[in-house]
Design a binder for this molecule. Structure first.
Ligand SMILES: [Zn+2]
Ligand SMILES: [Zn+2]
Length: 266
Protein backbone atom coordinates (compact mmCIF):
# COMPACT_ATOMS: atom_id res chain seq x y z
CA UNK A 1 0.00 0.00 0.00
CA UNK A 2 1.18 3.47 -0.84
CA UNK A 3 0.48 6.16 1.70
CA UNK A 4 -1.50 9.20 0.70
CA UNK A 5 -0.19 12.71 1.14
CA UNK A 6 -2.00 14.75 3.76
CA UNK A 7 -4.08 17.70 2.67
CA UNK A 8 -1.70 20.14 4.38
CA UNK A 9 0.23 20.70 1.14
CA UNK A 10 -2.85 21.03 -0.99
CA UNK A 11 -5.09 23.79 -2.24
CA UNK A 12 -8.71 24.10 -3.17
CA UNK A 13 -8.61 26.14 -6.38
CA UNK A 14 -12.20 26.08 -7.55
CA UNK A 15 -14.52 28.02 -5.24
CA UNK A 16 -17.41 30.41 -5.74
CA UNK A 17 -18.84 33.35 -3.79
CA UNK A 18 -22.38 34.74 -3.42
CA UNK A 19 -21.61 37.36 -6.09
CA UNK A 20 -22.46 34.75 -8.74
CA UNK A 21 -26.03 34.65 -7.41
CA UNK A 22 -26.15 30.89 -6.77
CA UNK A 23 -23.62 30.31 -3.96
CA UNK A 24 -24.09 30.64 -0.20
CA UNK A 25 -21.74 31.73 2.58
CA UNK A 26 -19.27 34.59 2.82
CA UNK A 27 -15.76 34.32 1.35
CA UNK A 28 -14.33 34.40 4.88
CA UNK A 29 -16.47 31.35 5.75
CA UNK A 30 -14.95 29.50 2.76
CA UNK A 31 -11.49 30.43 4.01
CA UNK A 32 -12.33 29.28 7.53
CA UNK A 33 -13.60 25.98 6.08
CA UNK A 34 -10.30 25.52 4.19
CA UNK A 35 -8.39 26.19 7.40
CA UNK A 36 -10.58 23.72 9.31
CA UNK A 37 -10.04 21.10 6.56
CA UNK A 38 -6.27 21.43 7.02
CA UNK A 39 -5.61 22.80 3.53
CA UNK A 40 -2.60 24.98 2.71
CA UNK A 41 -4.67 27.53 0.86
CA UNK A 42 -7.50 28.30 -1.44
CA UNK A 43 -8.03 30.18 -4.66
CA UNK A 44 -11.39 31.82 -5.26
CA UNK A 45 -12.53 31.30 -8.85
CA UNK A 46 -15.99 32.78 -9.09
CA UNK A 47 -17.90 32.87 -12.38
CA UNK A 48 -16.46 35.80 -14.29
CA UNK A 49 -18.50 38.62 -15.81
CA UNK A 50 -19.42 37.99 -19.43
CA UNK A 51 -21.17 40.11 -22.07
CA UNK A 52 -24.63 41.05 -20.71
CA UNK A 53 -26.47 38.68 -23.09
CA UNK A 54 -24.59 35.57 -21.91
CA UNK A 55 -25.81 33.54 -18.90
CA UNK A 56 -26.40 36.72 -16.86
CA UNK A 57 -28.35 35.23 -13.88
CA UNK A 58 -25.45 32.86 -13.04
CA UNK A 59 -22.54 35.28 -12.62
CA UNK A 60 -21.39 38.62 -11.25
CA UNK A 61 -21.93 41.67 -13.43
CA UNK A 62 -18.96 43.57 -14.80
CA UNK A 63 -19.69 46.41 -12.37
CA UNK A 64 -19.30 43.93 -9.47
CA UNK A 65 -15.82 42.81 -10.47
CA UNK A 66 -14.03 45.37 -8.27
CA UNK A 67 -16.15 44.30 -5.28
CA UNK A 68 -15.11 40.68 -5.90
CA UNK A 69 -11.44 41.60 -6.01
CA UNK A 70 -11.73 43.78 -2.88
CA UNK A 71 -13.55 41.05 -0.95
CA UNK A 72 -10.92 38.42 -1.77
CA UNK A 73 -8.14 40.89 -0.86
CA UNK A 74 -9.82 41.47 2.54
CA UNK A 75 -9.96 37.72 3.22
CA UNK A 76 -6.35 37.45 2.10
CA UNK A 77 -5.35 40.05 4.69
CA UNK A 78 -7.48 38.54 7.44
CA UNK A 79 -6.00 35.04 7.01
CA UNK A 80 -2.41 36.12 6.32
CA UNK A 81 0.08 33.79 8.01
CA UNK A 82 -2.54 31.09 8.58
CA UNK A 83 -3.89 30.30 5.13
CA UNK A 84 -2.82 31.48 1.71
CA UNK A 85 -5.71 33.04 -0.22
CA UNK A 86 -5.46 33.58 -3.96
CA UNK A 87 -7.55 35.44 -6.50
CA UNK A 88 -8.82 33.66 -9.56
CA UNK A 89 -11.73 33.31 -11.96
CA UNK A 90 -13.74 30.61 -13.63
CA UNK A 91 -13.95 31.99 -17.15
CA UNK A 92 -16.27 30.77 -19.87
CA UNK A 93 -15.19 29.85 -23.35
CA UNK A 94 -17.96 30.76 -25.78
CA UNK A 95 -16.82 31.59 -29.32
CA UNK A 96 -17.11 35.30 -30.03
CA UNK A 97 -16.60 36.42 -26.44
CA UNK A 98 -12.80 36.08 -26.41
CA UNK A 99 -12.11 39.82 -26.66
CA UNK A 100 -14.45 40.62 -23.76
CA UNK A 101 -12.87 37.83 -21.68
CA UNK A 102 -9.33 38.97 -22.40
CA UNK A 103 -10.24 42.51 -21.30
CA UNK A 104 -11.51 41.21 -17.95
CA UNK A 105 -8.41 39.03 -17.58
CA UNK A 106 -6.20 42.07 -18.20
CA UNK A 107 -8.06 44.21 -15.64
CA UNK A 108 -6.61 42.61 -12.47
CA UNK A 109 -3.66 40.53 -11.29
CA UNK A 110 -5.31 37.10 -11.28
CA UNK A 111 -3.51 34.10 -9.80
CA UNK A 112 -5.37 31.43 -11.76
CA UNK A 113 -7.97 31.31 -14.52
CA UNK A 114 -10.07 28.24 -15.32
CA UNK A 115 -11.55 27.99 -18.81
CA UNK A 116 -14.91 26.22 -18.79
CA UNK A 117 -17.43 25.30 -21.47
CA UNK A 118 -20.98 25.48 -20.08
CA UNK A 119 -22.94 26.05 -23.32
CA UNK A 120 -23.45 24.29 -26.63
CA UNK A 121 -24.91 27.09 -28.72
CA UNK A 122 -27.71 28.58 -26.61
CA UNK A 123 -28.14 25.44 -24.47
CA UNK A 124 -26.73 25.53 -20.96
CA UNK A 125 -26.21 21.78 -20.90
CA UNK A 126 -25.22 21.52 -17.23
CA UNK A 127 -28.36 23.34 -16.05
CA UNK A 128 -30.77 20.80 -14.43
CA UNK A 129 -33.67 22.85 -15.83
CA UNK A 130 -32.72 21.88 -19.41
CA UNK A 131 -31.69 18.26 -18.86
CA UNK A 132 -34.56 17.00 -21.09
CA UNK A 133 -32.63 18.34 -24.09
CA UNK A 134 -30.23 15.38 -23.81
CA UNK A 135 -33.11 13.16 -24.99
CA UNK A 136 -33.26 15.08 -28.29
CA UNK A 137 -29.53 14.89 -28.94
CA UNK A 138 -27.19 12.38 -30.48
CA UNK A 139 -24.75 11.83 -27.61
CA UNK A 140 -21.79 11.08 -29.86
CA UNK A 141 -22.31 14.33 -31.76
CA UNK A 142 -22.92 16.23 -28.52
CA UNK A 143 -19.55 15.14 -27.13
CA UNK A 144 -17.75 15.79 -30.43
CA UNK A 145 -19.15 19.34 -30.45
CA UNK A 146 -18.32 19.80 -26.76
CA UNK A 147 -14.71 18.60 -27.05
CA UNK A 148 -14.17 20.75 -30.15
CA UNK A 149 -15.04 23.72 -27.90
CA UNK A 150 -12.68 22.45 -25.19
CA UNK A 151 -9.88 22.25 -27.75
CA UNK A 152 -10.81 25.75 -28.90
CA UNK A 153 -10.64 27.00 -25.32
CA UNK A 154 -7.18 25.48 -24.89
CA UNK A 155 -5.97 27.14 -28.09
CA UNK A 156 -7.03 30.68 -27.07
CA UNK A 157 -4.11 31.08 -24.68
CA UNK A 158 -6.51 32.81 -22.26
CA UNK A 159 -6.73 30.09 -19.61
CA UNK A 160 -4.49 28.17 -17.19
CA UNK A 161 -6.66 25.06 -17.02
CA UNK A 162 -9.76 23.46 -18.47
CA UNK A 163 -12.69 23.27 -16.03
CA UNK A 164 -14.51 19.99 -15.29
CA UNK A 165 -13.29 18.25 -18.46
CA UNK A 166 -16.12 15.76 -19.08
CA UNK A 167 -18.98 17.95 -17.78
CA UNK A 168 -21.75 16.69 -20.15
CA UNK A 169 -21.79 13.43 -18.13
CA UNK A 170 -23.17 15.37 -15.11
CA UNK A 171 -26.67 13.82 -15.24
CA UNK A 172 -25.46 10.39 -16.36
CA UNK A 173 -25.22 10.86 -20.16
CA UNK A 174 -21.82 9.31 -20.77
CA UNK A 175 -19.65 9.74 -23.83
CA UNK A 176 -20.27 6.74 -26.12
CA UNK A 177 -16.92 7.34 -27.83
CA UNK A 178 -13.42 8.34 -26.77
CA UNK A 179 -11.77 9.90 -29.78
CA UNK A 180 -12.92 13.50 -29.34
CA UNK A 181 -11.94 13.55 -25.65
CA UNK A 182 -8.47 12.17 -26.39
CA UNK A 183 -7.97 14.65 -29.21
CA UNK A 184 -8.96 17.50 -26.86
CA UNK A 185 -6.40 16.19 -24.35
CA UNK A 186 -3.73 16.24 -27.07
CA UNK A 187 -4.54 19.92 -27.65
CA UNK A 188 -4.56 20.68 -23.91
CA UNK A 189 -1.14 19.03 -23.54
CA UNK A 190 0.25 20.85 -26.58
CA UNK A 191 -1.02 24.20 -25.24
CA UNK A 192 0.54 23.53 -21.82
CA UNK A 193 -2.65 23.76 -19.79
CA UNK A 194 -3.61 21.87 -16.63
CA UNK A 195 -6.94 20.20 -15.85
CA UNK A 196 -9.28 21.24 -13.05
CA UNK A 197 -9.66 17.99 -11.08
CA UNK A 198 -13.19 18.78 -10.02
CA UNK A 199 -14.76 16.78 -7.19
CA UNK A 200 -18.26 18.26 -7.71
CA UNK A 201 -19.06 15.34 -10.02
CA UNK A 202 -19.17 13.15 -6.90
CA UNK A 203 -22.11 15.30 -5.71
CA UNK A 204 -24.04 14.95 -9.00
CA UNK A 205 -26.15 12.12 -10.49
CA UNK A 206 -23.13 10.73 -12.40
CA UNK A 207 -21.36 10.22 -9.03
CA UNK A 208 -17.91 10.51 -10.62
CA UNK A 209 -15.35 13.28 -10.45
CA UNK A 210 -14.37 15.29 -13.55
CA UNK A 211 -12.41 13.85 -15.26
CA UNK A 212 -13.30 10.15 -15.17
CA UNK A 213 -10.60 7.68 -14.05
CA UNK A 214 -9.93 6.75 -17.71
CA UNK A 215 -9.51 10.38 -18.79
CA UNK A 216 -7.41 11.09 -15.67
CA UNK A 217 -5.01 8.40 -16.85
CA UNK A 218 -5.06 9.62 -20.46
CA UNK A 219 -4.25 13.15 -19.24
CA UNK A 220 -1.45 11.91 -16.97
CA UNK A 221 0.04 9.94 -19.90
CA UNK A 222 0.20 13.20 -21.84
CA UNK A 223 1.97 14.97 -18.97
CA UNK A 224 -1.03 17.16 -18.16
CA UNK A 225 -1.06 18.12 -14.45
CA UNK A 226 -4.13 18.57 -12.24
CA UNK A 227 -5.36 21.42 -10.06
CA UNK A 228 -7.59 20.29 -7.20
CA UNK A 229 -10.99 21.96 -7.00
CA UNK A 230 -14.19 21.29 -5.07
CA UNK A 231 -16.31 23.72 -7.14
CA UNK A 232 -17.78 24.67 -3.74
CA UNK A 233 -20.91 26.81 -3.85
CA UNK A 234 -21.22 26.60 -0.05
CA UNK A 235 -18.50 26.55 2.66
CA UNK A 236 -19.35 22.95 3.62
CA UNK A 237 -18.16 21.80 0.18
CA UNK A 238 -14.60 23.18 0.51
CA UNK A 239 -12.06 20.36 0.07
CA UNK A 240 -14.88 17.93 -0.80
CA UNK A 241 -13.48 14.36 -1.18
CA UNK A 242 -9.92 15.56 -1.79
CA UNK A 243 -8.45 12.34 -0.36
CA UNK A 244 -10.36 10.38 -3.01
CA UNK A 245 -9.21 12.87 -5.64
CA UNK A 246 -5.56 12.43 -4.65
CA UNK A 247 -5.97 8.66 -4.78
CA UNK A 248 -7.47 8.78 -8.30
CA UNK A 249 -4.69 11.08 -9.52
CA UNK A 250 -2.00 8.96 -7.86
CA UNK A 251 -3.43 5.73 -9.31
CA UNK A 252 -3.31 7.34 -12.77
CA UNK A 253 0.31 8.41 -12.35
CA UNK A 254 -0.67 12.08 -12.40
CA UNK A 255 0.65 15.09 -10.49
CA UNK A 256 -0.97 18.04 -8.72
CA UNK A 257 -0.01 21.68 -9.28
CA UNK A 258 -1.28 25.11 -8.20
CA UNK A 259 -1.08 28.52 -9.82
CA UNK A 260 0.03 31.87 -8.39
CA UNK A 261 0.30 34.96 -10.55
CA UNK A 262 -0.73 32.69 -13.45
CA UNK A 263 2.50 30.71 -13.02
CA UNK A 264 2.40 26.98 -12.34
CA UNK A 265 3.88 25.64 -9.10
CA UNK A 266 4.62 22.01 -8.28
ZN1 LIG B 1 -21.63 28.00 -10.19
ZN1 LIG C 1 -18.20 25.42 -14.12
Amino acid sequence: MTSLPSLSKHWDSHLHTPLCGHAQGTPREYAQAALDAGLAGLCFTDHMPMPAWYDAPWRMRLDQLAEYVDTVREVQAEFAGRLEVRLGLEADFHPGTERFVSQVLNAHAWDYVIGSVHYLGAWGFDNPEYVAEYGDRDLGQLYRDYYALVAGAARTGLFDSIGHLDLPKKFGHRDPEQGAALHALDVVAEAGLALDFNTAGWRKPVAEAYPSPGLTRAAAERGIPFVLGSDAHTPGEVGFRFTDALRQIQDAGGRVVTYAGRVRHA
